[in-house]
Each structure stands twice: as C-alpha cells, then as structure tokens.
Design a protein around this ligand. Structure first.
Ligand code: ADP
Ligand code: MG
Length: 203
C-alpha cells in the first residue's frame, strides 16, 4: 500500500503540530521516520492509522481515501504495548478471530509467528504480566499474524534489551521481504532507521 499526504495540517488548540506539504510513503518498502522528541511523529502515525480524524489535508492509500477495507489491512503498534488481560496465545489469535477464518488454520498462523519471535515459552502466560521486551514481541506478533499490507510501528524497540531488539528487527525485515508489505517505523534511534529503513524521512 502506498501513502500520499498533501497539505496536512494538525493543531492542538492554537498550536500547530504538523504542517506537511507533501509526503510519499513507497509501497513495499520500509520507511524510517526520525525526528526530535515532540516533533509530531506519533501524531502523524495516528492520522495515517485513521484513529485521529482531527486534521485538514488529504491522506490517500493506493490513491483512495481511507475506507473499511484499508482499515482491515493495516495495523499500528503503539510505543507502549497494549495487550488484553488474556493469554499471549489469545492476544495473538485475536486479529485472526475478528477477521473470521478457520480455527485450525488460525492456530497454525499463531504458532508460526510465535516461533519466529521466539516466544514459545510465553504462550499460556497472561499478557499483562509480561516484561517490557516480552510485551513488545507479543505486540509485534499480534500485528504480523494477519499479514497487514500496511504496518505502522511507533518506536517498537524503546526500552528493551539488545537481544530482543535483534529479534524484533529481524522479523520486521523478514515480514517485509516475504509479504512485500509497506512498513513505516518511527524511531529516534538513527542507527535503527539505517538498519531497517530503505528510505528515511527526517521530520
Ligand atoms: N492530545 C494532545 N493534546 C495536546 N497536545 C498534544 C497531544 N498529543 C500530543 N501533543 C503535543 O503534540 C506534539 C507532538 O507530539 P507527538 O506526536 O507525540 O511527538 P513525537 O512522537 O514526535 O515525540 C508535542 O508537543 C505534544 O506535547
Ligand atoms: Mg512519539
């Protein structure tokens, strides 16, 4: 999915937060977005995700405005992982469940992504009891499991250890290669955006 943004303006009260004349996010690539604290990266992702509708300007996805089908084909991973008070398995299964699909087939997909993210030992744990790094892995697993065409990641590796970062970065790259999905990753870590991003946008 490619994204085009034109004349995007966003205010909180009197304060202008975003003023983007033009931005283009290429289909099938990993785009890194960097910029200082408070420059509006999270706000921008919120708008692209469709959660924030309070803005002026135009955002299109493959040339068309946001609709239900597009929403069904994208997902956002927030900086602070949000998981249900259920098991890790149930959390990861959830996006497949809401989209229908055969229970057994869903199970294969969930088990596959669990293996990839090396979280087999967490399957039956309650998600709200996990550590920061574990939560980030489960959150990414839940995002990848239904193979979104557009994946929005807001600093998905902040505050976690290097070993977990390595696994997350590896799986983000692998997902992009295997599915040709479009990925936007916000990071204030320049090294990370160089490692992952095929294009980097400095805000
Ligand atoms: N709900 C809100 N109400 C008012 N101001 C906000 C709100 N959310 C964010 N802001 C402000 O908007 C600016 C951009 O925030 P944000 O998009 O979170 O920046 P970044 O992710 O780049 O650090 C910041 O100055 C922040 O304080
Ligand atoms: Mg932010």
């Amino acid at each position: 999915m490619e994204i085009k943004i034109k004349n995007l303006k966003k205010y909180y009260g009197e304060r202008q937060i975003l003023n983007i004349e033009e931005m283009f996010i290429e289909r099938g690539k990993i785009t890194g977005i960097t910029g200082s604290n408070g420059c509006g990266k999270t706000t921008l992702l919120g708008i692209i995700s469709g959660l924030d509708k309070e803005y002026s300007g135009i955002v299109t996805y493959n040339g068309i405005k946001l609709n239900k089908e597009i929403i069904n084909n994208m997902t956002i991973v927030f900086q602070k992982p949000y998981l249900f008070r259920r098991t890790v398995y149930e959390n990861i299964e959830y996006p497949l469940k809401v989209r229908g699909g055969d229970k057994k087939e869903n199970k294969n997909l969930v088990m596959d992504i669990i293996k990839r993210l090396e979280i087999e030992d967490l399957i039956n744990k309650k998600a709200h009891l996990l550590s920061g790094g574990e939560s980030q892995k489960v959150t990414l697993a839940r995002a990848l499991v239904f193979k979104p065409k557009l994946l929005l990641l807001d600093e998905p590796t902040s505050n976690i250890d290097p070993a977990a970062i390595e696994v997350l970065e590896r799986e983000i790259i692998r997902f992009n290669k295997e599915t040709n999905s479009t990925i936007v990753i916000v990071t204030h870590n320049m090294d990370q955006s160089k490692r992952l991003g095929q294009r980097i946008i400095e805000m």
